[in-house]
Design a protein around this ligand. Structure first.
Ligand SMILES: C[S@@+](CC[C@H](N)C(=O)[O-])C[C@H]1O[C@@H](n2cnc3c(N)ncnc32)[C@H](O)[C@@H]1O
Length: 182
């Protein structure tokens, strides 16, 4: 899947920026059980609510954020991690991302509007993703647990309340965990 030629969002609504509360972001990363040195891709990193605990966990992080101001803010906020190579910030459309050639994980709170396309990208046949922990719309999580993408198993869907975001979204959310089948 490629996002080639997609128009960059312009309105606040189109950007769908809902900041995750730092405590909930910390829980997301704790429950994802990241091991130091693992490569983690974060789609829609915003200003870094999830990036911060990911870096604290010792992960090597690729943070993708298409909004130029927010990508610049990430670069400023985590300047030392960017300088020492533990963080790479990419200011691109998530759907244009070229998947890493080595095993990687996805831990992210992406815009819900790209859920299907993003899942097609990260679970494609050639993908080396081993596990995904994604904050998504709750209805989508339930559907994916019933019918997970090929080569993956749906492990769990943990509810996230609307008030865990600022501003709160109009829909319910949950964390979907997918693991590659052995
Ligand atoms: C639900 S918010 C996540 C916010 C982040 N967790 C935080 O707390 O700051 C989704 C983010 O995805 C970004 N975004 C929207 N469309 C995108 C796309 N196609 N590719 C990459 N980032 C995108 C938005 O700018 C927003 O920052």
């Amino acid at each position: 899947m490629s996002g080639a030629g997609r128009r960059r969002p312009s309105t606040r609504r189109e950007w769908a920026w809902h900041q995750l509360d730092p405590e909930w972001a910390g829980r997301l990363v704790d429950q994802a059980e990241v091991r130091p040195g693992q490569l983690v891709v974060e789609f829609g990193a915003g200003t870094g609510a999830v990036t911060a605990p990911l870096l604290d966990s010792g992960a090597r992080v690729i943070a993708i954020e298409w909004h130029p101001g927010r990508a610049a803010a990430l670069q400023r906020r985590f300047g030392s991690a960017a300088a020492n190579g533990t963080l790479k910030v990419l200011g691109i459309d998530a759907l244009d991302f070229r998947l890493p050639a080595r095993p990687f994980r996805v831990i992210a709170n992406p815009p819900y509007s790209i859920t299907s396309a993003l899942l097609r990208l990260i679970t494609a046949r050639h993908s080396r993703m081993i596990r995904a922990d994604l904050v998504l719309q709750r209805g989508a999580v339930n559907g994916l647990l019933e019918r997970p993408p090929r080569w993956f198993v749906g492990v769990r869907g943990v509810r996230v309340p609307r008030w865990a975001f600022a501003p709160p979204p109009e829909v319910d959310s949950a964390v979907l965990t997918l693991r590659r089948r052995r």
